[in-house]
Design a protein around this ligand. Structure first.
Ligand SMILES: NC(=O)c1ccc[n+]([C@@H]2O[C@H](COP(=O)([O-])OP(=O)(O)OC[C@H]3O[C@@H](n4cnc5c(N)ncnc54)[C@H](O)[C@@H]3O)[C@@H](O)[C@H]2O)c1
Ligand SMILES: O=c1ccn([C@@H]2O[C@H](COP(=O)(O)OP(=O)(O)O[C@H]3O[C@H](CO)[C@@H](O)[C@H](O)[C@H]3O)[C@@H](O)[C@H]2O)c(=O)[nH]1
Length: 440
């Protein structure tokens, strides 16, 4: 595999991982970002996101002089064989993907791209974006290819280096092969297709994952009603390889920087195209109603009635990030649940192990505690919202001593009910037997 000169535009979760990992595969990589503060820190191998192995990969590549960072996008692409666009595509007006950053960079680089260069879009974008970028570039000598990324946060480096598949969508076989060659060091199946199919594959993957989760969360409610156990039911169905056991853990709804925005973006383009996709709509709506039901459950357990006000009720929240292993709060289901509780008037104190240092400003929603025991002061109930393993080993007896009530709503089925009972607390999981485990 010949080493290539690669430019990566955008150094977030996807761009920084792509740049550092491609450098680790032997390519010569320059990463550009619009945030000068970030560029300065990355030049010193200071990585601000919580991603195992990323800091080390960046440092090794910098030391080997195969990786560089710049704030100058035009300079980064000027000598590149391949340019990766790893730019944000957040939820825009009406749920559509906001392509402003992708379009702005296309305009910025059109004049400086070397002849014969391949532009690879790794951002998650609607079908037709490759064509749109090609039109914005207006260059007959440059090919635009789609190469969606499937990495998970908290496992970015691992997922990039051990992908289940690499999807490459190009109208031109030669361009497709040039992109595939970049990954020659990885032992991964290739799906070589056209740009529209590659772009749609990414949305379809995230929709399918979200659908599995909405299914699991709905099924959890059904289990509660019939006295069944969601863990056993999902194990029972998941052992069938046609179903698969991954992505069936019930929780406080699904969230994160991708699933919510991508499902909405797909729904929006389908609506615009006049394509009805009821399953997609139901997947999104189920997530909303599921969270409302969890909040009703908390209100009931606080003696306020399912839709009652929670004015004057103090609650302790454990976990705010959208899943364990990341400090990312984007579209976190924990924050959605917190918002619903606040709308009912509850007073919230939260503890999250990943936020003790970063201390984001969440003052209009929760009081952030850096001590899990202090978070429980005067709480009528505790809610577990993120599956941080360390929450299992908190000093639950000390927490119980600070609480006003006894209930622990474990919306991740994380804690040990017996251990909580020994601390004098009543555990209620999700999708388990209807009657909560009561302290004798
Ligand atoms: N985060 C994930 O787990 C993940 C996984 C797969 C795909 N994706 C997709 O990849 C894309 C990037 O996601 P992300 O999570 O890495 O985003 P991010 O927000 O973490 O990073 C985006 C980076 O781009 C930079 N940027 C913004 N505008 C710029 C511009 N005009 N010029 C140069 N730099 C600019 C920002 O400063 C930031 O550093 C999105 O489309 C996302 O949907 C994300
Ligand atoms: O069994 C499960 C698995 C996940 N979740 C929740 O689902 C959400 C999303 O989790 P995850 O998919 O691990 O997060 P991301 O890192 O956002 O990764 C998703 O979004 C990325 C961006 O598109 C894709 O690249 C990944 O393949 C896709 O898994 C989180 O709120 C999780 O808590 C559950 O509730 N139960």
């Amino acid at each position: 595999m010949p080493a290539r000169r690669v430019a990566v535009i955008g150094t977030g979760y996807v761009g920084l991982t792509t740049g550092a990992c491609l450098a680790s595969l032997g390519h010569s990589v320059v990463c550009a970002d619009a945030d000068p503060h970030k560029v300065e820190r990355l030049r010193e191998a200071r990585v601000d996101i919580l991603e195992p192995g990323l800091q080390e990969t960046v440092r090794d590549a910098l030391d080997a002089a195969r990786l560089d960072f710049t704030g100058d996008t035009a300079a980064a692409v000027a000598e590149a064989d391949v340019v990766f666009l790893c730019l944000p595509t957040p939820m825009g007006a009406g749920g559509a993907a906001d392509l402003a950053a992708v379009e702005a960079v296309a305009a910025q680089i059109r004049e400086v791209l070397p002849p014969g260069c391949v532009v690879v879009n790794k951002s998650t974008v609607p079908v037709g974006t490759c064509e749109r970028v090609a039109a914005l570039l207006g260059r007959d000598d440059v090919v635009v290819v789609s190469n969606p990324e499937f990495l998970r946060e908290g496992r970015a480096v691992h997922d990039f280096l051990h992908p289940d598949r690499i999807v490459i969508g190009a109208a031109d076989r030669d361009a497709s092969r040039r992109v595939a060659d970049l990954y020659a060091g990885l032992d991964a199946p290739l799906v070589l297709t056209d740009p529209a199919s590659a772009e749609l594959t990414k949305y379809a993957a995230n929709f399918f994952l979200a659908m599995k989760l909405s299914f699991a969360n709905n099924l959890a409610t059904v289990c509660e009603r019939f006295g069944a156990d969601i863990n056993d039911v999902t194990e029972g169905i998941g052992r069938d390889p046609r179903v698969g056991s991954a992505f069936l853990r019930p929780g406080p709804g699904w969230g994160g920087s991708c699933l919510p925005k991508d499902t909405h973006a797909l729904l929006t383009v389908c609506d615009l195209a006049g394509v009805d996709f009821p399953l997609l709509r139901a997947t999104i709506e189920t997530n909303v109603t599921h969270q409302q039901q969890l909040v009703d459950r908390v209100a009931t357990s606080c003696g306020r009635g399912a839709d009652g006000s929670l004015h004057g009720v103090r609650l302790a929240l454990y976990g705010l990030t959208f899943k364990a292993g990341t400090s990312d709060l984007r579209d976190s289901p924990a924050l959605s649940v917190a918002r619903l509780l606040r709308e009912r008037g509850a007073e919230l104190t939260a503890y999250d192990p990943a936020l003790c240092e970063e201390r984001p400003d969440l003052s209009d929603l929760v009081d952030l505690a850096d001590d899990p025991v202090r978070a429980a002061e005067g709480a009528a109930a505790c809610l577990v919202l993120t599956e941080w393993p360390e929450l299992r080993d908190l000093d639950w007896a000390a927490i119980a001593a600070r609480m006003a009530g006894r209930e622990v709503h474990d919306f991740r089925n994380l804690l040990d009910a017996d251990r909580l009972a020994r601390a004098g607390l009543s555990w209620q999981g999700i999708g388990r037997a209807e009657a909560p485990t009561r302290v004798a």
